[in-house]
Design a protein around this ligand. Structure first.
Ligand code: ATP
Length: 259
């Protein structure tokens, strides 16, 4: 099943991330070899690729956790590698990270986990404003009933949803999802794909979704691309990317697609 309401011609919108000629090596291993990529306002862009091709490295460079060897990464109009630590912190407030292992704090309730980013970044909020923010994001992920529960009492899918809610509480402009469906059963994967689309609609976020789950790509991506030998050859719809003679893309499809 394809994404409902896929955005046509996102290229006509403003760019929120602009990556040009990005290179990154670790020792002799040249991971990113002249990467060019644009993320447009309010689109979901899926980045596919085999394990170890550099998808996480790319996200880390975008968020300033890792420095490139050469090339530029502009996020919300700022060249990331030129920012000092304070400026990076300010930029990161606008970026929501949903990492594979972005664990919740086990000793805190769901409410306390969700309040945590507010305590750090929105110090002037009243208790009423905090309660409202927590209830709103819990409603967005349809888990209002879990507010006083501990993470250990939640299912894997529920924990993933609460993790996403925790990033939404600061109302990010950009969402970076790293393997959002990894380790989840097929039904829960569908729910998470649906949630990613709901987040896009409700919060007007622009998102990069890193995955090797082709169902996730099909259901969430307005545009899709694949990291192959250190760069992106083609960005387009699911059909545009997979209707190809490139054996590397064809074999990725054959080994990964289950519907
Ligand atoms: N800090 C680092 N030091 C040395 N090598 C690294 C470092 N970070 C990543 N690498 C290497 O860069 C390559 C790409 O890693 P990356 O984590 O981006 O892969 P990936 O595409 O996200 O894979 P997966 O789907 O398995 O998460 C790997 O070979 C990895 O060993």
């Amino acid at each position: 099943m394809h994404k409902n309401n896929r955005i046509e011609h996102p290229e006509e919108r403003d760019k929120v991330i602009i990556i040009r000629d990005l290179n990154k090596s670790f020792g002799d291993y040249h991971v990113l070899k002249g990467v060019n990529l644009d993320l447009y306002e309010r689109e979901n862009l899926v980045v596919l690729g085999k394990s170890g091709t550099g998808k996480s490295v790319l996200i880390k460079i975008i968020s300033g956790l890792l420095k490139q060897d050469s090339g530029t990464v502009e996020v919300l109009g700022k060249e990331v590698s030129q920012l000092n630590e304070r400026e990076l912190q300010e930029l990161r407030i606008h970026i929501g990270f949903s990492f594979q292992n972005s664990a919740l704090y086990d000793s805190m309730t769901v409410r306390e986990n969700l309040e945590f980013p507010l305590v750090r970044n929105r110090k002037n909020l009243t208790k009423k404003e905090k309660d409202y923010a927590v209830e709103t994001v819990l409603d967005a992920v349809s888990l209002g009933q879990t507010i006083n529960q501990m993470p250990s009492e939640l299912s894997g899918g529920q924990r993933k949803r609460i993790g996403i809610a925790r990033t939404l509480i600061l109302q990010p402009k950009i969402m970076l999802y790293d393997e959002p469906t990894a380790g989840l059963d097929p039904i829960t994967c569908l729910e998470i794909n649906g949630l990613i689309n709901e987040v896009q609609e409700r919060y007007h976020t622009s998102s990069i979704i890193i995955t090797h789950d082709l169902t996730c790509a099909k259901q969430t991506g307005d545009r899709i691309t694949m990291l192959l030998d250190g760069h992106f050859n083609k960005v387009g719809t699911f059909e545009e990317v997979f209707n190809t003679d490139d054996e590397r893309v064809k074999s990725f499809y054959e080994y990964n697609f289950i519907e």
